[in-house]
Design a protein around this ligand. Structure first.
Ligand code: C2E
Ligand code: MG
Ligand code: MG
Length: 682
């Protein structure tokens, strides 16, 4: 039992080793015992049979029924003695039972009287032996008998004999006429048995040892391989789990883990009637830092924020990064608003201490929104939404830390509530979807590609246009999650179209904030690989103002995206202030003239000039030129005249659901072949 208990704590291989060894030994012992018994039995039978044959063939013919009935006279006795000697000699010639020298021979008549014995003084005596009854009824009986040779009665001097009774029956008799009793020494048989058993045991031990060794080696190597695979699987699962619950830049818990811990804290607090507090922290001057120093500094600063926040918190508190410059602190147990406020104060102070990023001293300020459960909500969604509102109030009033108050919630501008709802929408998968608007070649009026446009079906407010929620999301890290969702949906659809034989390029709009995220190219590459979509089919649209405003910083991200093979467009061209020089530096492929100019080009001279200039500029830079917002035939004709390549607008098609676009693609096809290469001129 203790062995089993100890084994339970050892490795599987050690357990297998010990258990299989014990089983092999047990099987060996059982086999040895069964085979030894069989060997001994076979040897005994052989000795018995030798005795029977000797008696029947050597002795019985020497006796007559009269000898048995009347006993032997002197001459007959001498003849029988001689026959007995001869039989004895025969017995000794038996090969491996060479020493089978009978020590005693008795012949009985039917009345159990000894008519002959090699110990002559026994002649005439009557045997009471029970075995004699069986023999006289025709059976051969054998068994072991023991004699105390040295007369001391000690076991050392004991000899074992095989005692064989053989019936003697003559032709014409209905039952045996007498019996012979033969005592054979068992020692030679036992010695032969011992030799056989020893050989057998050695063979068994060696055989089983080889068997065990081979099986153990096989199992050990299989076990090692299995262990390596299990370890690889375990560490990859651990890595995946860590990646999905932690922020890749700072290593802090991410949104997923924070929600999980918040939910756990809420259920624990509901049992103890305790209070949970959530603090949402947004860095106020982060954009400036990114703008002036570049995202490398920005990233390094973000990495220092987590430890700074943690340094003033308790062990059980959680610091998470929600994206961008947005952090959250979860206090699973607080004593009222005052304590939450005091902790927020400590966090602000910690952030106000200057940061040293590669020798550059940086000052950071933060706006903190505070909520407490159960007072400001009892579920994760409500608390997060209210924390968002409090944080925005803090930001707008430059108030540092603000505790949520329901009155502010009621009065809060709609954009504050939008954020909470958007977070919830991002957690589900049925509120956010894409519409696709085709872009047509002006030359042959065929589909050149499509633009993916985000739609939000709000459960209460209905369809919300992107202009109403994207600018709000752009103010926080949510835009990164939103972009990832849009990319995922678009790539998913591209894969479906590819499977249906349509290599249709899809354009996805990127916010400026996404271009500040150095992780974007890796994300795009990973998602392209996951969806098995060629990079050349993906187009990313960035606004003119984004590219121009943060030229240096965006340049690197754009270049890396371009290096992946992704096509890049400059969107809403004409609304920003780009110079020819800065445009030339960007790795762009396409220029989209903003729809406000296109719409006015047939009525306003100024717009007409701008459209013409944009087309010339684009072509001079080697870019494809797209006109957005093409609503009428007059626009189409004017644009064609000016040499514009592609048009997008209600004149051709409105943004539509994917299945409608699939039907359109089936009808008209695209100018691309299955690999995405252009097969006809735009
Ligand atoms: P955009 O990238 O310039 O997209 C084109 C917008 O023009 C779309 O509006 C489209 O419906 C509209 N449009 C197309 N043809 C015509 C036309 O003939 N006349 C008029 N008046 N409008 C036309 P939508 O879908 O409301 O999108 C508005 C903006 O929202 C987009 O402008 C884009 O900047 C942004 N947006 C849309 N989806 C996303 C997204 O997934 N991510 C990001 N970051 N922004 C997006
Ligand atoms: Mg666009
Ligand atoms: Mg546009």
């Amino acid at each position: 039992m203790t062995l089993l208990r100890r084994l339970r704590n050892t490795s599987l291989l050690a357990r297998f080793g010990v258990i299989s060894l014990l089983l092999t030994i047990a099987v060996g012992m059982v086999l040895a015992s069964v085979l030894s018994t069989a060997v001994a039995e076979r040897a005994r039978e052989q000795a018995e049979w030798t005795a029977i044959v000797t008696v029947r063939l050597g002795l019985q013919p020497q006796l007559t029924p009269g000898d048995l009935a009347n006993g032997f006279d002197g001459t007959r006795l001498a003849a029988v003695d001689a026959a007995v000697d001869a039989a004895r000699n025969n017995l000794q010639g038996g090969g491996e039972l060479d020493d089978l020298d009978p020590v005693e021979l008795n012949i009985f008549n039917r009345d159990r009287t000894i008519v002959y014995s090699d110990e002559n003084d026994k002649i005439g005596s009557v045997s009471e032996s029970d075995e004699l009854d069986d023999v006289l009824s025709g059976e051969v009986v054998s068994g072991f008998s023991h004699s105390d040779d040295d007369g001391t009665g000690s076991e050392d001097g004991e000899r074992v004999f095989l005692e064989v009774y053989v019936p003697v029956q003559y032709a014409g008799s209905a039952s045996p006429d007498g019996a012979m009793e033969l005592y054979l020494p068992y020692a030679p048989v036992a010695a032969a048995v011992a030799t056989d058993v020893r050989t057998l045991t050695i063979t068994l031990v060696v055989g089983l040892a080889i068997f065990y060794g081979v099986v153990f080696r096989l199992i050990a190597s299989a076990s090692r391989r299995l262990q390596r695979q299990t370890e690889a699987l375990r560490s990859s699962a651990e890595r995946d789990r860590h990646q999905s619950t932690h922020d890749s830049l700072t290593g802090l818990p991410n949104w997923v883990l924070l929600r999980d811990r918040l939910a756990q804290s809420l259920s624990a607090a509901s049992r103890t009637s305790g209070e949970v507090s959530l603090l949402l922290i947004d860095l106020d001057r982060f954009k400036e830092i990114n703008d002036t120093l570049g995202h490398t500094y920005g990233d390094k600063l973000l990495c220092q924020v987590g430890p700074r926040l943690q340094s003033v918190l308790r062990d059980g508190d959680t610091v998470a990064r929600l994206g961008g410059d947005e952090f959250a602190v979860l206090l699973p147990s607080v004593q009222g608003e005052e304590e939450a406020r005091a902790i927020a104060e400590r966090l602000s102070e910690a952030l106000h201490r200057a940061f040293d990023v590669d020798g550059v001293v940086l000052d950071v300020e933060a706006s903190i929104g505070i909520v407490l459960s159960p007072w400001h909500g009892t579920d994760t969604e409500e608390l997060l939404r209210n924390a968002d509102i409090a944080m925005y109030v803090a930001k707008e009033h430059k108030a540092g830390a603000v505790v949520f108050t329901p009155e502010e919630h009621v009065a809060a501008p709609s954009r504050l509530t939008v954020l909470g709802d958007l977070r919830r929408a991002l957690d589900g998968d049925d509120e956010l979807f894409l519409n696709y608007q085709p872009k047509y070649t002006l030359h042959g009026e065929r589909i050149e590609g499509v633009e993916a446009l985000l739609r939000w079906q709000h459960p209460l407010l209905g369809l919300i246009p992107p202009d109403e929620f994207i600018p709000v999301a752009e103010g926080t890290g949510i835009i990164l999650r939103l972009t990832e969702r849009v990319l995922g949906l678009a790539l998913d659809q591209m894969r479906r179209w590819l499977d249906a034989g349509h290599a249709v390029p899809v354009a996805v709009n990127l916010s400026t904030r996404c271009l500040l995220d150095a992780g974007l190219p890796d994300l795009v590459q990973r998602m392209l690989t996951e969806h098995r979509v060629p990079a050349t089919l993906l187009r990313l649209e960035v606004t003119e103002s984004a590219v121009m405003g943060d030229a240096a910083r965006c340049m690197e991200v754009l270049q890396r995206l371009h290096d992946l093979g992704v096509k890049l467009s400059i969107d809403d061209f004409g609304t920003g202030y780009s110079s020819m020089a800065s445009l030339r530096r960007q790795p762009l492929d396409e220029l989209k003239i903003d729809r406000s100019f296109v719409l006015g080009m047939c009525t306003t001279q100024q717009d007409a000039v701008l459209v013409r200039t944009a087309i010339d500029l684009g072509h001079n830079l080697g870019l494809t030129v797209v006109a957005e917002g093409v609503e009428g035939i007059e626009h189409v004709e004017a644009l064609r005249e000016l040499g514009c390549d592609i048009a997008q607008g209600y004149h051709f098609a409105r943004p539509m659901m994917a299945d409608k676009l699939s039907e359109l693609l089936d009808r008209v096809g695209t100018i691309h072949d299955a690999q995405g290469a252009v097969t006809s001129r735009p």
